[in-house]
Every structure is written in structure tokens, then in C-alpha cells.
Design a protein around this ligand. Structure first.
Ligand code: S3P
Length: 762
């Protein structure tokens, strides 16, 4: 990418950039530059092969005879009697000059660089404050040069010096680029690609925004740690308090061991952002002071409890999901999908078959049940509530229904794993039972919003406690006979909320009506009707009452169109593909993916349409066809809500721009599917820009290889695997164990049909 990269300051950060640039083929020649006191670091960097050559500024050199001796014997050293000569040599013909020195030195470095500033070079830095870099450039150059692209990798390590440099210091770490308004877009793009090539997750924002974020989360905590130790250190001199200080003090003050000179400089550089935060902190301390003075311990508790949950939210971002094993998919690029397949049963219907089969009177036989972790979590929950369920064997189950009032109090919590559908639907069903219950889930499920169900349920008289954030565990006090029907207009298009309220409505007095802002999957309504339960449907409003019973009925679960979607996209993007997907559910509330792909030019035929157990089913024939970018109609969003991860891959392969909007719900799925897909696509070299409610993808370019993570989200893992069909190099997808929540057979099936995927378990 760069023929010559010059790094000014080859310490921990500069050295790590050099190592990563070399490892990822981002620079042919890497040179270092420093002052006389940096010589040791530069010598070490060259000895370790981190840089190819280095240059030193000779100011003050002659007075230091020991260093002179070392220097003279060192091959890599370039000395000059003229202090500017070394820097001129260092930056000559460099495509990129990267300044990796403390923020306070950047103005002096700009001044040194000014006589040799070249329009053919891109200049960037890694300083932790950005407004100061732009201001320094204005002072030195008059205006900010358009080829200066300031950046800040949010990564570091306790140690310093090039010996501590790490090739993966920036891998999967956030990096913020803060171009001035006048910056040359091509230069910004080059720096973005340079960091993405090292695996960094790049965001672009203005310098002031960057500085305000960092002031709050980095600079203020350092000030606080320094301040506390300053205050207590003086006390300690008189009363030896440190002798009795333990882990809490050590943890809180760890960052007060940071370099005081560097932090003095950072605070000075970002003073404008830091000062108002100190004022806010004063007010917060004054609030706590007041609560203590007034013995307001309830408020004090709320303040502490809120802080604890906010910190958990922060920690959740880093936690590796607890899985029995870690699974990585290695995908060889290329291939095509050919043949015939039947993907596993529909997840939404499998959940509902257990729920309604259990509440029915009589024995329900289920065929095509999805034997994957999510549906099995629902199955286990009903066994825990005393329902006898035989199977599953080859997708077949026999449920001995206990009737609407036959569920028993579970002995322990009901653990629902990763399944949002189980938790939200069960919250409605359990709100009106005779017994209390507690619903728990894994880390991802415990972070997902539950207020969307607990708030309307509370309007019905339910008693469900969540965490302060409105997340699981859900502690449900059964209110048998006390729920009241409501007429609820859903604020978002959610089948889970609708189904939750319908299930609560089976136990409520009067009518329970739910109106949806846009059509969502209607499997609950259809299956209730299949069990002979009265359900009234008028336009977008569905109404139930408690007057009725469910009569056992056999269920044939069709293949899940959400699982078929990976193959619909795979065959559409890989030249030479020709695939027949059998017995797929094509309920009109689920077929958005077919409509969107067809609008993009896909060749999908719907064959042999039939109705099985109240649900439309068909075989889908898909043949490769070049795709074009589109603006995805917003009315199709709820009808394809689970398919966007793989539709983003289709968009990356489509010629031109694809724009998705109105899909903010994607941010609260098993992962934040907008951010996680944009991050991964960018790593693969795709121009994908996340927006608050969607994404803009410039498709048709090259999809590169690389390592991406699924963030424990099954659909992300499968979407990036499918991208391998069109990639120019192999793709590795980390954290794929969650594919087992919806599609355990994926890896084998996709391999049989033509994608070279190797699954590594550790
Ligand atoms: C589902 C509804 C959808 C979908 C989920 C399954 C269901 O969620 O994303 O995978 O079975 O009702 P929302 O209702 O939250 O959109």
C-alpha cells in the first residue's frame, strides 16, 4: 500500500503500527525518526526488524560522547551537522508520515516538517487529543493542510518502548479519525484503509466530538485518580493510612501510576473539554454530600445501583460469551452453491408449537421441529413447568398438553439461553399464572430490552421486575385472574411484543387488542386458530379474550426462510450457482427477503406453492444473477427483519449503492447488527457506513479477506461465511458457537452445496 512509511517516534505505539503495517503488507519500507534521546529505541527497533532504517536529529548530539560512540558504530544511524537534515532524509519520498510522539511535541514536529511538507505525502498522527493537533497545524501552517489526517487509536499497554510493541495492538480496537473540514477525502480514505488493514474498527468524527468523549472516559478518570492520591498521600504522611489500604484503593488508583508529564500535557491540550466535566463531577459529589447530610439513603442506593448497572453495560462490551467451546469458521474464498437442500424448521413456529401444544387439551404431534438451542430452551422451560414432551427425534415431538391452566410452578429459574422469543413470549404467558417465576438468559439476552413487553403487561396489571436497565432477569409474580385486557398500539413493529400480549390476553378479563404499526409475523395468530382458539383480526388489530380453549392439533413446521436466506443470497452472488430449497415457509409476513433480493435483480422462482397446517409453503429455486444496489423500501423491513446481516452481504456484491433505513430494531437483536456488520464489512474492505437506523453500502467493489467476529450472533457468523463465496481471499469468522442457536447443520450443509468452510473447535 505505502512504498515508504515514515514513523516519527518509534515507541510502543509507533512500533506496534510498524509491526502491524509490515505483517499486513501495508508498507514496503518503514523508516523511523527521532531525537537523540530516542536513539536507543530506534536502534532496538532496527535490530528487531520493526523498521528498516532510522534517522536521528543531531541537535545536542556532540556533547554526549557515549551516545556518539554507539551511534557511529551503528549501521542504521544517519547523522548530520545540520539539525534538519535527518528529518528531511527521513520523510523524503514517504507516502505517509505518521507522528507517534506525545501530543505536546506535535507543534514542534510540524514546525520541523514544514520546510519539507510535500503534497504527495499523507500526514497523520496518533495523539490522544485531536483539537490540539488541528490547532497546532493552524498555528504552524496558517491553515490545516488538506493532506493532514489526525487519528487516535484507542489502545495501549502498560509497558512502553518498542520492545513492548505488539503486532495486534490495534486489532479489533476502536480507532477514531478526525479530519478537518478541508481534508482531502482520498487522504482520509487511505488512512482509514491503513488502519482497517491492521484490523482496527475505524470511526470518523470531528475533533471536538472526539475530545469530548475522551475527556469524559479517559482524561477525567485520570484526573480523579491523581487527585485522590494527591489528597490521601498528604494524609498518609501524617497518619500512615496507606498501610491499611487494600484492593479497592489499588484498583481505583491504578491509573495514577501513569506518566505525570504525559498527563499534564493531555490535560493542557484538552482543557476546554475537561473543565465543564470537573464542574459536573463537583455537582455529583455535592449531590452525594447532600444525600448523606439529609439521611436520604434510598436516593443514595439508587445512585449507586444506577452506577453499578451502567458499569456492567460498559463491561458487557468486552466480555467473551461463555460458551462450552469456542468455534471459528475458516472460509476459503470462491465457490458456488449447487444442488438441493431442505434447511431446518422455522424457529418462530417451533417455539410456538411447544407453547401452544403445552397449553392445549390433548396430544399434539409436531414434525419439522427445529432441534437447535433456542427452540430447545423453550422446550426445557415447559418441561420445567411439568409438561410431558417426548422427543425430539428427527424433528418429531409429542406434547402431552396440560390445558390453559395446567402449568406447574418450576422449581428453579427458567433459563432461556440466547432466545429473545422465548423470554418475551413467556413473560406474557406467565404474567397471568397462579405461580411466580423467574426468567434468565445468557449474556446477550440479559442485555436486550424487555421494557417493550413489561410496560404494556404492567398496564394489564402484571407484576414483573426487571433490572434498572429494563433487562432480564425477569421476576414475575403470577397474577392469575387479575389481568385486565387492554387496547394497545405497539410503538414498534414487533411480533414478539404482539405475541406476548396475545398470550397474556388468554388469561385477562375482557378483550386484549394489539395494533401493529406495520405487519409482523403472524404465526401466533395462525397457530392459535389452528388449535381452534378464537382470534379476531381486523386490519392491523388482533383481539383475543380468555374465553376459549386450545384443542390439540398436529403441526408440520416448514423450513425456516430466515435460514434459507443465507442460501438465497449465496446462490445469487456466486457465479454458476443453481439451488433448489425445499419446503420453505413463505408466510407473507416473512418473505421480505425474496422481495428485496428480487428488487436487486435476483433470480428466485417460487415453485409448488401449497398450504401445510395453516402456513403457506413452497420450493425456492435460485440461480446466480448479477445484483444491483437499491434503496430498500421501509415497508419491507419488518418482513425481512432477521435477514439483514446476509442482505448486507448481497448489497456489498451488488453494483452501486444500497441504502437501508427504518431498521433501528437491528440494533437490539442478538447483537447490534448494524454496527457489527458495518465493522466486519469494513474489515473486509467494503465501503459500509452505519447510520442510526440502517446502513449505506457502496457495492460492487472487491470483498477482501480477513478476520471478523460474529460477536456471538448466529446470523452474523453465517452472513460473513456466505461473503466468502465472493471474497478475493480467505475469511476467518471468530465466535461462531452461536450458530447452534438456530442452524446447527449450517456448516455441513453449506459445505455440501459448495462453500469450502472448515470449522475449528477449541
Ligand atoms: C420473532 C420476531 C422477531 C424476530 C425474531 C423472532 C418471533 O423479533 O427478529 O428472530 O418469533 O416472534 P421482533 O418481534 O423483536 O422484531
Amino acid at each position: 500500500m505505502f512504498n515508504k512509511l515514515c514513523i516519527i517516534g518509534v515507541g510502543l505505539i509507533g512500533g506496534s503500527v510498524a509491526k502491524a503495517a509490515r505483517a499486513n503488507g501495508l508498507a514496503k519500507t518503514i523508516v523511523g525518526y527521532g531525537r537523540e534521546q530516542d536513539m536507543f529505541n530506534l536502534q532496538t527497533a532496527k535490530r528487531l526488524g520493526v523498521i528498516d532504517e532510522f534517522y536521528i536529529d543531531s541537535v545536542g548530539w556532540v556533547s554526549d560522547s557515549v551516545t556518539q560512540q554507539n551511534a557511529d558504530t551503528h549501521v542504521g544511524l544517519r547523522l548530520s551537522p545540520n539539525p534538519t537534515y535527518a528529518i528531511e532524509q527521513a520523510v523524503q519520498n514517504a507516502d505517509c508520515v505518521l507522528i507517534a510522539t506525545p501530543v505536546a511535541s506535535i507543534e514542534a514536529i510540524f514546525t520541523q516538517l514544514k520546510p519539507f511538507w510535500s503534497k504527495d505525502t499523507i500526514y497523520t498522527d496518533v495523539g490522544s487529543t485531536k483539537g490540539s493537533v488541528i490547532a497546532a497545524a493552524e498555528r504552524v501552517f496558517g491553515v490545516v493542510p488538506d493532506n493532514l489526517v489526525p487519528a487516535h487509536p484507542i489502545a495501549g499497554a502498560e509497558q512502553s518502548g518498542v520492545e513492548a510493541a505488539l503486532v495486534d495492538l490495534f486489532f479489533h480496537k476502536r480507532l477514531i479519525i478526525t479530519p478537518a473540514k478541508c481534508a482531502n477525502p482520498a487522504a482520509v480514505q487511505t488512512i482509514k484503509a491503513f488502519w482497517q488493514g491492521q484490523g482496527a474498527l475505524v470511526s470518523v468524527m470531528d475533533a471536538q466530538h472526539h475530545d469530548s468523549i475522551l475527556a469524559a472516559t479517559s482524561h477525567l478518570p485520570h484526573i480523579l485518580a491523581f487527585a485522590l492520591v494527591d489528597m490521601l498521600g498528604h494524609k498518609d504522611e501524617q497518619t500512615e493510612i496507606f498501610k491499611y489500604a487494600a484492593g479497592g484503593f489499588r484498583d481505583f488508583t491504578r491509573i495514577a501510576s501513569s506518566d505525570p508529564l504525559m498527563w499534564k500535557d493531555i490535560c493542557a491540550a484538552n482543557k476546554q473539554e475537561i473543565l465543564p466535566l470537573i464542574e459536573q463531577l463537583r455537582a455529583e459529589l455535592a449531590k452525594i454530600h447532600g444525600l448523606l447530610v439529609n439521611d436520604d439513603y434510598q436516593q443514595l442506593f439508587s445512585t449507586f445501583a444506577y452506577a453499578k448497572s451502567a458499569r456492567q453495560r460498559f463491561l458487557n462490551q468486552f466480555e467473551v460469551p461463555i460458551m462450552s467451546k469456542s468455534i471459528t469458521f475458516h472460509i476459503q474464498n470462491g465457490g458456488k452453491l449447487q444442488g438441493e437442500a431442505r434447511v431446518p424448521g422455522d424457529k418462530s413456529m417451533s417455539h410456538r408449537s411447544i407453547m401452544l401444544g403445552s397449553l392445549a387439551e390433548g396430544v399434539t404431534h409436531v414434525k419439522g421441529f427445529l432441534e437447535a438451542e433456542d427452540a430447545l430452551a423453550t422446550l426445557q422451560a415447559f418441561r420445567d413447568m411439568g409438561v410431558e414432551i417426548e422427543g425430539p427425534v428427527n424433528g418429531e415431538l409429542t406434547i402431552h398438553g396440560v390445558g390453559k391452566h395446567g402449568l406447574k410452578k418450576p422449581e428453579g429459574d427458567l433459563y432461556l439461553g440466547n432466545s429473545g422469543t422465548s423470554m418475551r413470549l413467556l413473560s406474557g404467558l406467565l404474567a397471568g399464572q397462579l405461580f411466580n417465576s423467574v426468567l434468565t438468559g445468557d449474556k446477550s439476552l440479559s442485555g436486550r430490552p424487555m421494557k417493550r413487553v413489561t410496560e404494556p403487561l404492567a398496564l394489564m396489571g402484571a407484576d414483573i421486575k426487571t433490572t434498572e436497565k429494563g433487562t432480564a432477569p425477569l421476576v414475575i409474580t403470577g397474577k392469575a385472574g387479575q389481568l385486565q385486557g387492554i387496547d394497545y398500539l405497539m410503538p414498534m413493529a414487533s411480533a414478539q411484543v404482539k405475541s406476548c400480549l396475545i398470550l397474556a390476553g388468554l388469561y385477562a378479563q375482557g378483550e386484549t387488542s394489539v395494533t401493529e404499526p406495520a405487519p409482523t409475523r403472524d404465526h401466533t395468530e395462525r397457530m392459535l386458530a389452528g388449535f381452534s382458539y378464537p382470534v379476531k383480526q381486523e386490519d392491523s388489530k388482533v383481539t383475543v379474550t380468555a374465553d376459549g380453549k386450545l384443542t390439540a392439533a398436529d403441526i408440520d413446521v416448514p423450513s425456516d426462510i430466515s435460514s434459507a436466506a443465507f442460501f438465497l443470497v449465496g446462490a445469487s452472488i456466486a457465479e454458476g450457482s443453481d439451488l433448489l430449497l425445499k419446503h420453505v415457509g413463505i408466510n407473507p409476513t416473512r418473505t421480505g427477503v425474496i422481495d428485496i433480493l428480487r428488487l436487486m435483480g435476483a433470480n428466485i422462482e417460487v415453485l409448488n406453492e401449497r398450504e401445510v397446517g395453516g402456513e403457506p409453503v413452497a420450493d425456492l429455486h435460485v440461480v446466480y444473477s448479477p445484483l444491483k444496489g437499491i434503496d430498500i423500501p421501509e415497508d419491507l423491513v419488518p418482513l425481512a427483519i432477521d435477514e439483514f446481516p446476509v442482505l448486507f452481504v448481497a448489497a456489498a456484491c451488488a453494483k452501486g449503492q444500497t441504502r437501508l433505513s427504518g431498521a433501528e430494531e437491528l440494533r437490539v437483536k442478538e447483537s447490534d447488527r448494524i454496527q457489527v456488520m458495518a465493522d466486519g464489512l469494513q474489515i473486509l474492505g467494503v465501503d459500509a457506513v452505519p447510520t442510526a437506523d440502517g446502513m449505506i453500502i457502496q457495492g460492487g467493489g472487491n470483498i477482501g479477506g480477513g478476520t471478523v467476529t460474529s460477536h456471538g450472533d448466529h446470523r452474523i457468523a453465517m452472513a460473513f461465511s456466505i461473503a466468502g463465496l465472493r471474497a478475493s481471499a480467505p475469511i476467518t469468522v471468530l465466535d461462531c458457537a452461536n450458530v447452534n442457536t438456530s442452524f446447527p447443520e449450517f456448516k455441513d450443509l453449506v459445505k455440501n452445496l459448495g462453500l469450502d468452510l472448515v470449522c475449528e473447535e477449541s
